[in-house]
Structure formats: structure tokens, C-alpha cells
Design a protein around this ligand. Structure first.
Ligand SMILES: NC(=O)c1ccc[n+]([C@@H]2O[C@H](COP(=O)([O-])OP(=O)(O)OC[C@H]3O[C@@H](n4cnc5c(N)ncnc54)[C@H](O)[C@@H]3O)[C@@H](O)[C@H]2O)c1
Length: 351
């Protein structure tokens, strides 16, 4: 596969490394407004450093990875689909649900694969919860708790990361977008949303620093959701899944699991804790980026299969990207109107 990279910043450099290292990938061209960063991403691969988006698209490509700021996603992604390329796009897909919908429509028109970079799906603890659910070890899923937070504005290097409308909004469009995706990944679909968002901490207009919500699937599975930029304890995310035969918890950082399984309520319980000492050691020695990098490698493997038409994969597709944006907008609407929002089930994305 001949791939191009658009955007070679903090995440783009990690993406570039996965592209350079992959046996089945040739990194053909890189474009970033900052030519120095593009050169760094291309280094050692023989990839062309393009001076414009046009020049990147002139290269012989099968697919692109787009890792630019959110407000640039749409233009780059639409142009890639117009060229008949497959796309792996960073999260969030767009800074509005309408924009995310336009990208889905373009991918369906072009009949090209559309992967969205919800890489937390590949973090081993979160993957283990998904496996416990799909293997039926927790019984029938009843409810979820999902949480993601950090200390807010000091985390950001650029205004585009937190200033609505460039960013889309606040905590829900940042760490929260991963959490609504994980909820949907576990419960299958989200068709009802009720929530409340607030801007009382950092007071950036349109950028909520807290959002609490209840999400519901068509089968009646509920998820409580909290995204926050006022987690003074620092970055942390978790999910908890409760079925009629047990529960599973995944958390990061550090990466860990807890499973409690029982045949029926009141029966003896088996408790299993899983820590990931090699991940903790690797992060201590190097950085958290090693964990992100590994997730990007696995996501790229899946993306290549998605391009071949496979669908039974962990990778998030365009519908996942769209629904995550719709959930964030729905919470904003609930906050304004006080009414819950219903969303139509999207179903599986057509091949
Ligand atoms: N999956 C994750 O866990 C994760 C984490 C952080 C960020 N992200 C996402 O990754 C993307 C990039 O974030 P980042 O932290 O690397 O940002 P960054 O600012 O470090 O890098 C963005 C790069 O895009 C370049 N750029 C800007 N406009 C461009 C244009 N029109 N054409 C080409 N290049 C352009 C910039 O020069 C910069 O080098 C964003 O969508 C962000 O939301 C994902």
C-alpha cells in the first residue's frame, strides 16, 4: 500500500513512524505546512516532501493518514475521497456533526475505506473489556460507566485544541470523544442522549469543561458518561461494564483491569486483577507515547484490512466518528433545551 501523511506534528510523527516501519506500507509523500516537520516524518523512507496538498495528491497513492488540526480535517479528507483514496483520519472526525456526516457521505460515494483514529480501542485494558463482553464472560450487558478527564487548558499547546468553534468544543471533543466512542464500541449503538454541559471552570465560550450524560442503546443498555477538564488529579480514563454475570473495569494511566465474575447474583465470585508491568516500565523509561505508538501500529494493521474490505475489526469507522460528534452536540442541545435527544441507529457502515 502506498500511503501519504498529511500533518506531521506531535501525533503525525508517531503515525509517520508506524508507516515507515510497516512491512506492507510504502510511505510515498508527506505534507505539513511546516516543511521541517514534514522532512523529519519522511526521513529515511524515501518519501517525497510535498510543498502543498496538491503536490501530495499528485504522488501515486492508495491511502492517506490525516493528522492535522481538527478544522483542517474536512478539506484534506474530502479531497482524498475525491481522488479515490482510502483515509485514516485522526479524531474527532470534524468539529461539527454536519462536517462528520459530509465525510461519511464522501467515503460512501467514493466507496473507499474510512477509518477514524479512536486508538484507545487498542489499549490492552480496554480491549480486554471488549473481549470479555463479546465472549459473554460478563453475561448480558446492563450498563456502563465511562469517564475521561485531565486538568484542562494547561494540557494544550495550541488554541485550535480548545477554542470552539475551531476545536468543535471542550472536554467532550477532546478526551470525551474517545469515551463516547468506547461506550458505543461496547454497547453497539447510542440512540438516546440526555446530558448537561457547563463552562464554569475555564470559561472558554462554547468549550465545556464538564459534561455529564446518560447514553442509551436501542436495547436499553445505559451508559453514564463524564468528560472533564477539571480533573486536578491529572489525566485519567476508565470504563466499567456491568453484565448479569459480572463486571469489568479498564483504566489508564496506569493501564489496569479488574474482572469480577459470578454465575448468578449471590454465587461465589472470581476476582482477577490485571496490571501491565511492562507497559508501566516502558512508559517510565521512555514516555506515554510508546503506548500510543503501539496502539497506532495495531490500528494501522486494521486499517490495511479495512481497505481490503474486511469489517470484523477493532478499528473505528466513519459512522463511529460521526456518532461521537453527534453525541457531543446532543449533550450541548440538552443543556440548552432540557430535553433528551434521539438519534437514529446508524447500523454497520456499508462496505
Ligand atoms: N488519537 C489520539 O490519542 C490523539 C491525541 C492527540 C491529538 N490527536 C489528534 O491528532 C491531530 C493532530 O494533533 P497533534 O497533537 O499532532 O497537533 P500538532 O499541532 O502537534 O500537529 C498538527 C500539525 O498539522 C500541521 N498543519 C496545520 N494545518 C495544516 C494544513 N492545512 N495542512 C497540512 N498540515 C497542517 C501543523 O503544521 C502541525 O505540524 C488532531 O486531530 C488531534 O485531535 C489525537
Amino acid at each position: 500500500m502506498r500511503l501519504g501523511l498529511i500533518g506531521a506534528g506531535k501525533i503525525g510523527q508517531l503515525r509517520a513512524r508506524t508507516l515507515r516501519e510497516h512491512r506492507s506500507v510504502e510511505l510515498v509523500a508527506v505534507f505539513d505546512l511546516n516543511a521541517e516537520l514534514a522532512r523529519k516524518a519522511a526521513q529515511g523512507s524515501g518519501a517525497r516532501v510535498a510543498r502543498s496538498l496538491d503536490e501530495l495528491f499528485d504522488a501515486p497513492l492508495d491511502a492517506v493518514v490525516i493528522s492535522t488540526p481538527v478544522h483542517v480535517h474536512e478539506e484534506a479528507c474530502l479531497r482524498a475521497f475525491e481522488r479515490g483514496l482510502h483515509v485514516l483520519l485522526e479524531k474527532p472526525s470534524a468539529n461539527t456533526a454536519a462536517g462528520a456526516r459530509r465525510l461519511v457521505d464522501a467515503s460512501l460515494r467514493a466507496r473507499r475505506a474510512f477509518g477514524v483514529g479512536f486508538n484507545l480501542r487498542y489499549y490492552p485494558a480496554f480491549r480486554a473489556v471488549r473481549e470479555a463482553l463479546s465472549e459473554g464472560r460478563l453475561g448480558t450487558l446492563d450498563h456502563l460507566r465511562v469517564y475521561g478527564g485531565h486538568e484542562g487548558l494547561p494540557k494544550f499547546a495550541h488554541e485550535w485544541e480548545y477554542k470552539a468553534p475551531i476545536s468543535g468544543g471542550g472536554a467532550m471533543w477532546d478526551v470525551g470523544i474517545h469515551m463516547s466512542d468506547l461506550a458505543r464500541h461496547y454497547m453497539g449503538e447510542i440512540t438516546e442522549v440526555y446530558g448537561v454541559a457547563s463552562e464554569n471552570v475555564w470559561k472558554v465560550a462554547g468549550s465545556e469543561d464538564n459534561a455529564l450524560a446518560l447514553l442509551r442503546s436501542p436495547q436499553g443498555v445505559a451508559a453514564s458518561y463524564h468528560a472533564t477538564w477539571s480533573e486536578w488529579k491529572g489525566y485519567g480514563i476508565f470504563v466499567e461494564a456491568y453484565g448479569d454475570k459480572g463486571m469489568a473495569r479498564a483504566a489508564y494511566a496506569p493501564m489496569e483491569n479488574l474482572f469480577i465474575v459470578q454465575e448468578r447474583p449471590g454465587a461465589p465470585r472470581t476476582t482477577t486483577k490485571r496490571r501491565y508491568p511492562w507497559i508501566q516500565a516502558r512508559e517510565k523509561l521512555f514516555s506515554w507515547q510508546t503506548t500510543a505508538l503501539q496502539s497506532f501500529r495495531e490500528e494501522l494493521d486494521d486499517f490495511l484490512l479495512l481497505c481490503e474490505g474486511r469489517r470484523d475489526l477493532v478499528i473505528a469507522d466513519g459512522y463511529a466518528g460521526l456518532r461521537a460528534c453527534e453525541v457531543a452536540e446532543a449533550v450541548r442541545e440538552c443543556t440548552r433545551t432540557g430535553n433528551r435527544v434521539e438519534l437514529p441507529a446508524l447500523g454497520p457502515m456499508p462496505a
